[in-house]
Every structure is written in C-alpha cells, then in structure tokens.
Design a protein around this ligand. Sequence first.
Ligand code: ADP
Length: 400
Amino acid sequence: MKILVINAGSSSLKYKLFNMDNARVMAGGIIERIGEPQGILTHHIYTKDCKKKIVQKQEIKNHKRGMHLAANLIIDSKNGVIDDINQIDAIGHRVVQGGEAFASAILIDEKVKQAIKDNNTLAPLHNPPNLAGIKVAEELFPHIPNIGVFDTQFHRTMSSKAFLYALPHEFYTKFKVRKYGFHGTSHKYVSRKAATLMEKNINKTNLITLHLGNGCSICAVEKGKCKDTSMGMTPLAGIMMGTRSGDIDPAIIGYLLEQTRMTIKELNTVLNKKSGLKGICGLNDMRDIHKASAKGNEKATLAIDMFCFQVKKYIGAYAAVLGHVDALVFTAGIGENDDMIRLKICENLSFLGIKIDPEKNRQKTSKPFYLHSQDSRVQVWVVPTNEELQIARDVVQILG
Ligand code: ADP
C-alpha cells in the first residue's frame, strides 16, 4: 500500500511517499518559498537502489503548482519511484486543529472540510493552509481518497477535569475555550514505539513523553492514552520554547497592555516570537545557547536552567497524576540530540525512581536508545519522532 503524506504550511509544503508494506519512505521533499519570485523544491529519493537529491529553483506561484512539480518527480520516467500517481492508495493530510470534531483520522468530504474551516479561528496560521493542501490534492489527484489526521486527536482522551480552564463555563460552550493539546501525532508515535522497544503492551503502559524541539510539549500517557498535556487551547501554552513564552500569569497580559503602548496583536507577537529561550538570552537555537553559555554568557546559562527547571516540574506533576510511570520518552530536536539537557532534566529525580546512566546518555545515534541506569525503576528512552509515518499508519487504519 502506498500512502502520500502532505503537510501544507502557509508558504511551504512537505510531502513523503511511504510504502506501507515495509513502512519505508520511497520519496519525499519540501517545497519552500511558495509565492515568492524564486521558490525551491527539494526532492529526495530513498529507494533501495537509488538515494538521490534533486533541487529545482523556479517561481512556484502556489501550492498547486508546487505539488504538481513534486508529483512529476514522483512519477518521472528516470527518477520516479512509481509509474502512475494513481498507484497511491490514499493521501494523509496533517491538520493542526481538529477541535472537538475529530477524535481520530477521517476520510475527507465536504462536511469534514467545513468542520476544519470552522476551527480556523482556533488555529488561524495553520488550518487555512492545511485545508488549502487538501483542496490541491483533490484537484490534482481526483481519484485518490484524502484523509485528515489531526495534531489534536491524540489528546481527545483527556477528561474535562484536565481540559477545562477555570473560567466561566460559557467560555467553553460558546467560544470553545479549552485545552486541545498539540504534537499529538508525535506523542502517539513515540509512545507506541517506546512500548514496543520495552516489549510492553501500550495499553498497559504509562509514559511521560517529552517533545522538546522548537515547539515543546509534554504528555502524560496512561495505558497508551493521553491523560494530560502541557500545550493548551493554542501551542503557546506549557513550557517555555524557542521563541514562545509557555505559561505565564494571565494577569501579565492586561498589565503589559496598560503599561506599554503595545496593541494586543503586538503583544501576541512578543509572546509567540520574542519570548521563551529567545526572550531570556536573545537566542532560540539550543546549540547556539550552549555555545554562548560555554563562553560565559550568563543569560544563556539562565535560559538553559529555566528550560530544564520547567520540564522537571512537568515530570513531577505528571508522575503525580499517573501514579505509576514506566518510562520517560525524549523526542524532537533537543530531546533526541541534547544529552546535557536530558541530564539536567533528570538530575535528582531518583526519588521518583528515575536514574540515568551518563555514559549511555551521551550516545550519538539516529536510532532509539535507552539511557536509564540498571537500578532505575523508571526506564528513560530517546525515540526519534516520525510524525509522517504515524500519519501514514493512521491512514492505513482508516482504509482498513
Ligand atoms: P521543530 O519544532 O521546528 O520541528 P526540531 O524538533 O527540529 O524543531 O528542534 C529544533 C531544536 O532542536 C533547536 O532548538 C535545535 O537547537 C535543537 N537541536 C537540534 N539538534 C541539536 C543538537 N545536536 N544538540 C542540541 N540541540 C539540537
């Protein structure tokens, strides 16, 4: 079975074609700078006999043109990985905000598209381009079914005591104000993968999954299902991130609007783009922050300290709500690569049964590995995330 996964952003579109008979990527790529004078299409071929990168630079007026170019490469007589686009069994679309409408992946029809549009107000930067990607696929590949897979769907198992904010109840009923959670596809993938690696049944496994990248979120997974997660109604909530503030006292917003001449729009930009690690030390890439800290930059050291402190607090909180934790699972750019951050987060957690082996922690590999010491009651894993593969799996399940 061949599944194409599409992740459409406002000026970019990522795609991956999977052969689900062996869960391998056949080809994939990214179309960037859509709508600018010079767009870039970077296409990779990953078949057994051919590993190749093709870069095309030209004006790519819109997503449709970009996807058309990518499709041509997928079926190209010389470099193509399939002969005919209709050999693709289905297309899985990443959709960021499914709201309360979607608790699982779904075959897209007019009603589903309308429901995605209805959630635009909750994800104004993401849902419109996601929907645009769906429409492009419908136009270019009219014979292939489209399936929506939502970042929020994994978190739909949260109970009301976890997802409600302590606000007047009509804010929820009238304006849909509640915690939705994000990165759900990543939390789902790494939780399942970790359980497999631990040789445990996911339905009997409790995990704390830590997606630490540019965006960061943590999830308490009880018997395979999300019990709570750190992001909220929007991906601004939870722990501090590269440029996002994470949780702050809500009264700060009103206070700053009064004290500064900022508009609410400007303040939103500050919270999303100029806060988090960047707000504290002026840098948002963790690799740069380590370099600055090593050179004696105190703000960089503070940013690292704050980040690890906040993650540690979530581990404590989620250990408390889960009652029993089988493993911590680190993933995404920082979680997969940054041994110093992992060490600092897990420091002094032996009272929770969490002990890591510094040597195992230092491994550099793109494969999953464990880093707990032999006497650690809780296992600790690094599992590289693979959101596209999880989307393809969800699609196969729907087709099945
Ligand atoms: P996104 O949320 O955009 O998908 P990623 O998961 O790629 O982000 O994570 C980006 C973050 O991961 C950046 O802060 C980057 O510095 C960090 N990162 C990537 N590789 C390393 C590494 N080798 N060591 C430390 N941090 C890393």
